[in-house]
Ligand binder design. Structure first.
Ligand code: 5GP
Length: 208
């Protein structure tokens, strides 16, 4: 008996450097789910090893701005000098087909999705502490000191916004964090308000 026909939108968010990407990849490697990743569009240049259409759709500033005007994004944000956005049509199509769609986005964007799609599940991925976040940004070695400082300053402004999310998952260990997210997704499926209408239909329960 399948109670949820429309897929669930899962928003993974949190400060840059917290390990959202690594946790998301670990989540997708786990068994027993039907998750689809929404590939974002960005004007940031590709890092070494990143593939267009796989990690991101890399586009010019002009193209991104044209798409903003066409209202092609579910959400978009400027992050440390570049645009990032979630293409709307693909997300909608996958949800209609019953897939769980995962967004991995920064905080401003997540709050825009909250306004537009209140039935999505919002997970704030937090570092175990500030020191660990700083060390992770340094270790990544892909950004200049100035960019790292900007990302750290931004993180300081994002920490207080965690209360706007449904769940907080501390990324102490990647596998643990991914496990907890999968447990959240499973629990969300069983939530009464997501399944009650279909349940009543199947069980022929009267509205009274
Ligand atoms: P990075 O440059 O490290 O790949 O990404 C910078 C930040 O932008 C990260 O926090 C990442 O999660 C976020 N991001 C990636 N894609 C999107 C998106 O489509 N929308 C928003 N709002 N943020 C995104």
């Amino acid at each position: 008996m399948k109670l949820n026909e429309r897929g669930l939108l899962v928003v993974l968010s949190g400060p840059s450097g917290v390990g959202k990407g690594t946790v998301r990849k670990a989540l997708f490697e786990m068994e027993g789910h039907d998750l689809v990743y929404s590939i974002s569009m960005t004007t940031r240049p590709p890092r070494e090893g990143e593939i267009d259409g796989d990690d991101y759709y890399f586009v010019s500033k002009e193209e991104f701005e044209r798409r903003i005007k066409e209202d092609a994004f579910l959400e978009w944000a400027q992050f440390v000098g570049h645009y990032y956005g979630t293409p709307k049509d693909k997300v909608e199509e996958q949800l209609k087909q019953g897939h769980e769609v995962v967004l991995e986005i920064e905080v401003q964007g997540a709050l825009q999705v909250r306004e537009r799609m209140s039935d999505a599940v919002f997970v704030f991925i937090a570092p175990p502490n500030k020191e660990t976040l700083y060390r992770r940004l340094l270790r990544r070695g892909t950004e200049s000191n100035e960019t790292i400082q900007k990302r750290m300053d931004k993180a300081e402004r994002e920490f207080p916004l965690a209360h706007k999310y449904d769940y907080i998952v501390v990324n102490d260990e990647v596998r643990n964090a991914a496990d907890r997210i999968l447990a959240i997704i499973r629990a969300e499926h069983a939530r009464t308000e997501r399944s009650i209408y279909k349940y009543k239909e199947i069980m022929e329960v009267d509205e009274s």
